[in-house]
Design a protein around this ligand. Sequence first.
Ligand code: TNX
Length: 502
Amino acid sequence: MITILKQGSALANIAVALLLYLIPAGTNAQIPIIPAPQSVTLGKGYFAPTKKPATKDMVVVTEKNHGDEYYRLEITPKKIVCYAATETGVFYAKQSLLQLADVHGRIPCMIIEDEPRFEWRGLMLDVSRHFFGKEVVLQQLDILARLKMNRYHLHLTDETGWRIEIKQYPKLTGVGAEGNWSDRKAPRAFYTQEDIREIVEYARERHIMVIPEIDMPGHATAVYRSYPEFSTGGTGRWAGFTFYPAAEATYTFLRHVLTEVAALFPAPYIHIGGDEVHFGNQEWKTDPKIQQFIQDNQLGNEVGLEHYFVRRACEIIAGLGKTVIGWDEIIESGVPADKMIVMWWRHDKPQVLDQALKAGFRVILSPRIPCYFDFVQHDTHKIGRRWSGAFNTLEVAYRFPESIQDRTAGRERQILGIQANIWTERIADKKRLDFMTFPRVTVIAEDAWSGTENKNEATFKERLPLFLKYLDTKKIYYFNPFNPDSTPEPWGPEKEDVIAEG
Ligand code: TNX
């Protein structure tokens, strides 16, 4: 007999219980796949791999009438057949098999039919505040692939460091790559163009697109240190935080930089940041040339100038055949909704999400709560952010995006997906990076892949230990939510929060 069921449904629980009853003690019949597949039909018996790993036994049938990421796996005692429209579907079928085989050796017979809820299932790593080398990135890509995540966003430039080689402007990775958030004198660290090509190719083999971010006009202090002529300069905490917006030379510089970036990353997108410009535009108010520029171009005020800057950046990127992505501040820049994709990050400003959706923008959901992995994940943790007492536990993350579904109702088609962001002001080494990333990212993967009706917090927690075993094989120092005391919080570079809230 074959039972059709949805993971996590009452029927599924009964079926799993039955199967547990039918199969020998010691075997875990829970379907240990993260993210939960859309549908699973349990059969009887096992497929015993003849080759290692079992993915080599899989027979592929191409069926064109499905989405690119769809797959259907039929596991019977004698064979494993995968139906998919593309290589991506085949790849995801293999990831499911690998998760099943990890635990059982033998693979329980079943039929899985699966495809993602969202096309954008992303993770961002800030390599500017602290730099993480190529090996760390490659390992993250391996694990993301297991979770069927498909977007990797590199935050390559910020106040503390410029981390991508630009041949035309060598000082960017000369003085611009020196230092990091915790040590201003740290030796320079950055990706060479060769490193980037290797990362992009490694990601491509795992069906992951890498998206570069060059933050502008704010968060650009590394440019001030290397090419002050393109920077606003000034004095004090925000000196050089923004590009100089009132000179054509700045836009020419950006066009040159972005041309090299566009050639390195095959992704059809370039992220231009666009966040928190107000921090640094004190100088915009006092610089006579900037004020004259605002008048000459009838921009009204500094905010008008900020929007002008974003429009110029969009023009440059459109000229390179790419689409702009930016943080949610960019929605008021006057760039048409079909020319730009918005990452909503200010969870305390849900009206910005409403506004973006109403204006017709495509939106990637990335609100601080629950998508920021620099936030603490357990009440006992001391290092990392909280927001009015709130922080990002597995449970909080698991209830997303259902927790905001009233806001997105009727506009689901504009939601490209979900992304978690690892900001690294308080993450200086791999141990702490792993601790803040894992296993939280598994939740984001399930939020982004599995439909609401297939999500179930209880079965997720039953499936998670198996994934933790996989992380053990990678020697990842993850936070153990089942036994927090067993994984003490690794110390960060800072002893207290240094970023003002709100
Ligand atoms: C806000 S998110 C920022 C980042 C910080 C982060 C820390 C965003 C667009 N800007 O520069 O690293 O908060 O949580």
